[in-house]
Design a protein around this ligand. Structure first.
Ligand SMILES: *Cc1c(COP(=O)(O)O)cnc(C)c1O
Length: 497
């Protein structure tokens, strides 16, 4: 059955999957949601024998119904290939009797690769299907992780260009090196003198600049966004929950139909929403455990029914979860509001005006299967150290937040259900915080010394993503003021004549 997409803030009109992927965000500011969540059309027994790529096809074909089999398989093959350092793509690793679903084996060793390696292919296929002749220019502001994952995904993809702005002094040395060594003629990386908000605000202004849009159109170019609210990023994330369940079943860790719990270290609410969608498709998932760091807006929301972003923003060692507005939560709100776009729009309007909204008792009842909690900085570091001492397995800071929250859940609930924890980054991505958690003595070492030390004590190979940047030449050395962003973009695109 065909799946069409509409905005969470307006039930009509409906778009095909390829149109929704191209647009990213709806014109009214809402997020695209499927008009129904399709049920899996294959039994777990059948799925359990399939490769990651085959499971990806079984899941995506149900959501992206206007793609042909050939188009979709082509996108999947180009995305999940030798860019990943394991054929399994998303291996499950058991530690302390719990399963860590490692989502960090792609080009940039963080889970954003799972979706950003396929989004470029979905996007150019969507452009072709909709007779869009323009070249797609991805414009993005990054606080570190997304920028590199988007660069790696779009680099060398014909029919696209990508421009990334990052705060010159606001990312880690490894993150900066990862970006400025990015190869590919269609990539452009610029450090701005300012913070992440300046970069973000500047990018938004460029997206809304009508004059620039016209100049670009005349040159055969148009902007698009690789933002995590794109449905083309959400659906590929559903795949690994289906895959993980099928693997557990295949390895006889669970019986047919047995429920599992899922724990997700959460920021923008995209990853955990994908788990929620997997469950709606028929994957037997019990609790959805939402783990936050000290920016615990979501914990408070699940505890009280009030979402309140008016609070101090805390910088933590799990920076990809330092978020006060979890954009993808809107899709869940829409759903528990009975898919009532008006009702959802009113809540989002309240969020925009006052920073707060409150859901009804009736809506809260539908959140019974979510459990929210958080881990502070000491608990997170303690979890990394304890896991290392118990098992030798090294968690990154984000995964450690999830692991610590899972301990709290298990202690209070006594729930012994088989559990999968989404492991969202390699410890090599956040080496300094990880090593400091294991032992204070590492503080004096340089970032690259720490990489070697982590490889030694964790008995791990240094991932390619890190090994590469040690020797790779810097190819982007652009720095600008926030007022110069437009001029810099026009120059790169050759529309400044
Ligand atoms: C982006 C990110 C998260 C948060 O994921 P959301 O989908 O935004 O909730 C968690 N961990 C890491 C390492 C990330 O890069």
């Amino acid at each position: 059955m065909e799946v069409l997409y509409s905005s969470t803030r307006n039930g009509e009109p409906k778009f095909t999957a390829s149109q929704a992927i191209l647009k990213g965000l709806a014109d009214d500011g809402g997020l695209f949601v499927p008009d129904h969540i399709p049920a899996l059309s294959c039994s777990m027994r059948d799925l359990s024998g399939k490769s990651y790529q085959e499971v990806a096809y079984e899941v995506m074909k149900l959501f992206f119904t206007d793609f042909t089999e050939e188009e979709l398989k082509n996108c999947i093959e180009r995305a999940y290939d030798s860019k990943f350092d394991t054929e399994e793509i998303a291996p499950l690793v058991e530690a302390e009797g719990t399963y860590y679903l490692e989502l960090f084996h792609g080009a940039t060793i963080a889970f954003k690769d799972m979706a950003l390696s396929i989004l470029p292919h979905l996007m150019i296929t969507s452009a072709k299907k909709n007779q869009v002749e323009n070249e797609i220019v991805i414009l993005t502001a990054t606080s570190g992780d997304t920028g590199k994952a988007a660069l790696a995904g779009f680099a060398g993809v014909e029919g696209t260009k990508i421009i990334v702005f990052y705060p010159k002094n606001g990312v880690s040395p490894i993150q900066e090196r990862q970006m400025v060594t990015q190869k590919g003629d269609n990539t452009f990386v610029v450090g701005i003198r300012g913070n992440f908000d300046d970069a973000q605000t500047g990018v938004k202004a460029l997206f809304n600049d009508r004059e620039l849009a016209q100049e670009m159109a005349a040159a055969g170019l148009q902007f698009s966004s690789a933002n995590s609210i794109n449905i083309g990023r959400l659906v590929p994330q559903v795949v690994y929950y289906v895959y993980a369940y099928a693997k557990l079943f295949q390895e006889e860790r669970i019986a047919e139909g047995e429920k599992i719990n899922v724990v997700v270290p959460t920021g923008n609410f995209g990853n955990i929403l994908a788990a929620f969608y997997a469950r709606q498709m028929g994957v037997p998932i019990g609790k959805l455990i939402c783990a936050s760091n000290e920016n615990k807006v979501l914990y408070d929301f699940f505890a009280t029914g009030t979402y309140d972003r008016n609070r101090e923003f805390v910088l933590t060692t799990s920076p990809s979860m330092d978020i006060l507005i979890s954009s993808n939560l809107e899709r869940l709100i829409y759903r528990i509001a009975g898919e009532d776009a008006q009702k959802n729009a009113a809540l989002m309007d309240s969020l925009a005006r006052t920073g707060v909204y409150e859901i009804t008792e009736q809506m809260r009842e539908q959140l019974a299967d979510f459990y929210g909690n958080y881990a502070d900085e000491a608990e997170t570091a303690g979890r990394i150290r304890q896991m290392y001492e118990n098992t030798g397995y090294v968690l990154d800071t984000h995964t450690a937040v999830a692991s610590a929250v899972y301990q709290k859940y298990r202690e209070s609930s006594k729930d012994e259900t088989v559990t999968v924890i989404a492991s969202t980054a390699s410890p090599f991505k956040f080496t300094r915080s990880v090593m400091n958690a294991i032992d204070g003595k590492y503080d004096a070492m340089s970032d690259f010394e720490l990489v070697d030390e982590l490889a030694r004590i964790g008995r791990l190979d240094v991932p390619n993503a890190i090994a590469e940047i040690r020797t790779a030449p810097v190819v982007h050395d652009n720095i600008c003021d926030k007022t110069e962003m437009k001029a810099v973009v026009k120059h790169f695109l050759g529309v400044d004549a």
